[in-house]
Design a binder for this molecule. Structure first.
Ligand SMILES: Nc1ncnc2c1ncn2[C@@H]1O[C@H](COP(=O)(O)OP(=O)(O)OP(=O)(O)O)[C@@H](O)[C@H]1O
Length: 359
């Protein structure tokens, strides 16, 4: 998969310090540096500067500038880095390489908003991404992507075409399920509808499919989790004790069905005071970190309570796509760490410890 011929043709002695410097890079997402096998091409320019082409096995393009800067400083020479994302060809389901469940112990914590922003952040990090709205109680992904009123389409009367918005493919259980009926659903019915959407949607090739699960940890969520060939799950919580207690139940549920919990995201973590700029921990502080430590999982992000997040959601806009919004970098950082922990979990026998840093 990774072509090394150009890398090792000629002048490899000049390239060795570069490979060493790339290997020495560390961040939350690149926990063990840039591996030599990811280096596809190295060009040495006449002024001795380097141009490096990487093939990343997970969505992580957003960090290339930092990697370039680190290596440039280490070698005291200009190094520019470009990359493609190419996940190894092991498919989780049909042509979908990784399926990630986004869950919450309780409703209203911002699970769907976070799921959409994470999906978009993965896409911006260089991956092909789809989002499947499996929240039978309140399917909101069409609204969040500005797709309200859209009708499912088919070309052959057998498969559904996914919707496309903001460079994401999307499908929603809301098109199959009148939401008023959801309260009387049982686990097998919900997981049957989810399977139908997975199987009968023409997703094409996807690196990541994000599944927005129904909130809670009951029979429905358990059965749905068992039926999806998921690579991992992310749990969204708020800092309140009640939400954290329910998030703990979510961790227990995924442990029961052997789906690795890739991390927690604390949403509405704090509110930035408009006057003094100080973070105000309206709903409490450090609860998610303590819970995460107890269960040996990372906190992937602390997302503030921010008016822009609510406003952009209501307008069908995805705030992580707005580079001017400071929160955009937070979602992208979380997406990179999520993608890399999936990668390391599947390729390393002993797990790589993910340390969340301020990068
Ligand atoms: N960080 C945030 N800052 C401000 N508003 C937010 C934030 N996250 C979510 N919201 C808002 O909170 C409300 C609930 O969000 P969302 O629908 O994503 O929650 P949910 O957990 O998916 O809900 P449900 O349990 O009903 O599925 C929405 O109005 C959303 O715009």
């Amino acid at each position: 998969m990774f072509g090394l011929s150009k890398l090792f043709s000629g002048k490899s002695a000049e390239k060795e310090p570069l490979l060493d410097a790339l290997a020495a890079y560390r961040s939350s997402a690149f926990a063990i540096g840039i591996e030599a096998q990811w280096v596809k091409e190295i060009t040495i320019n006449t002024d001795k500067s380097f141009k490096v082409k990487l093939e990343l096995p997970f969505a992580g393009k957003g960090e290339l500038a930092q990697i370039g800067e680190f290596v440039s400083n280490k070698l005291s020479v200009s190094v520019s880095i470009d990359a493609e994302v190419s996940l190894p060809n092991q498919c989780c389901f049909k042509q979908i390489k990784q399926i990630v469940l986004v869950a919450s112990g309780k409703g209203g914590v911002g699970k769907s908003t976070t799921a959409v922003n994470l999906a978009s952040a993965l896409e911006q990090e260089g991956a092909k991404v789809g989002i499947l709205d499996a929240d039978i109680y309140g399917p909101s992904i069409p609204l969040l992507l500005g797709l309200q009123g859209a009708e499912p389409k088919t070309l052959d009367n057998k498969t559904l075409l996914p919707f496309e918005a903001h460079n994401l493919k999307a499908q929603s259980i809301g098109f199959l399920v009148p939401s008023d009926d959801a309260t009387v659903w049982r686990g097998p019915m919900a997981s049957g509808a989810l399977n139908q959407l997975m199987n009968e949607t023409d997703w094409g090739e996807l690196d990541y499919l994000i599944v927005d699960m129904p909130p809670g940890t009951g029979d429905i969520q358990l059965t749905m989790s068992q039926k999806v060939p998921a690579s991992g799950a992310v749990i969204i919580t708020t800092p309140q004790d009640l939400a954290l207690a329910d998030a703990q139940k979510g961790i227990a549920m995924f442990n029961k069905v052997n789906i690795p919990v890739l991390g927690l995201i604390e949403n509405m973590s704090y509110f930035l005071c408009g006057h003094c700029g100080e973070p105000n921990h309206v709903f409490g502080k450090d609860g998610a970190v303590k819970l995460a430590h107890r269960h040996g999982v990372p906190v992937l992000a602390n997302i503030p309570l921010a008016i822009e997040i609510r406003e952009s959601s209501e307008q069908g806009q995805v705030i992580s796509r707005d580079n001017a919004a400071s929160i955009s970098a937070t979602y992208k950082n979380a997406a990179r760490v999520l993608a890399s922990s999936l990668h390391y979990q599947q390729t390393q026998n002993s797990s790589v410890e993910i340390l969340i840093t301020e990068d």
